[in-house]
Design a protein around this ligand. Structure first.
Ligand SMILES: C[S@@+](CC[C@H](N)C(=O)[O-])C[C@H]1O[C@@H](n2cnc3c(N)ncnc32)[C@H](O)[C@@H]1O
Length: 211
């Protein structure tokens, strides 16, 4: 059974994933998986990490790709409408992934539940005056729900930190590295990837870290 847990958050992403907008912009549901998800799948499999959390999974384009590659995946996102759309797609695809609504800063999972976490495009979402605390909470929760030697694959929009505000907080490499201080970095690179808005011109930081 797919899981949806409801909580009272309503985000700008709920509007983006609303039925009305999904009808208007049909690209959202058919966006191809990201290159990052394919790279992450290879790393998880190579390292024997099979129980994976797709953190901020949106409508699940990468969740379903990770599952297709042989991983057991739970997708979590703060937007209820995103999770609803993902569950509908799950039925169409006859997929096994589960979805739930959750805030990445307070995850409803026990310690060490996952062997791997994949998180595409969440970190740049935090732009409020509390953003440093928000980011610290996300990384601390990721560490808590990850098993020992667990693998975290993170991507974030790269660029001039002032350029994307107030919508998004672009990251420089030192910002990315500073946030993950204390983790063991295995790989870090910058490349173009297809964002959840189907834009092909986003440059991202892709990082692979071991707990
Ligand atoms: C850029 S989209 C990426 C979606 C998905 N990873 C993809 O690539 O298709 C950012 C996602 O972060 C989610 N999000 C924003 N704040 C969140 C939070 N505090 N906790 C969990 N998800 C959050 C949004 O609902 C949205 O789905």
């Amino acid at each position: 059974m797919p899981i949806i847990l409801w909580c009272s958050m309503l985000t700008r992403w709920d509007e983006w994933y609303s039925n009305e907008n999904l009808r208007k912009d049909q690209r959202i549901l058919v966006a191809p998986p990201s290159r990052s998800a394919e790279m992450a799948a290879g790393e998880f499999l190579r390292r024997g990490k099979r129980r994976i959390l797709d953190l901020a999974c949106g409508v699940g384009r990468d969740t379903f790709h990770l599952e297709k590659r042989g991983l057991s995946v739970i997708g979590a996102d703060a937007a209820l409408n995103g999770a609803r759309a993902a569950v509908k797609t799950r039925l169409v695809l006859e997929a096994d992934s589960h979805f739930l609504v959750a805030d990445a800063r307070h995850l409803p999972f026990g310690n060490g539940w996952f062997e791997g976490i994949y998180c595409f495009g969440l970190l740049h979402e935090f732009t409020s005056q509390h953003k440093d605390e928000d980011l610290r909470d996300v990384i601390s929760e990721a560490s808590r729900v990850l098993s020992d030697q667990g693998i975290l694959v993170l991507t974030v929009l790269a660029g001039d930190p002032q350029a994307g505000l107030p919508a998004v907080q672009l990251f420089t490499r030192p910002m990315f590295e500073h946030l993950l201080a204390g983790w063991h970095p295995l790989e870090m690179q910058q490349f173009d990837d297809i964002g959840c808005t189907s834009r092909a011109d986003y440059s991202i930081w892709y990082g692979l870290f071991e707990k």
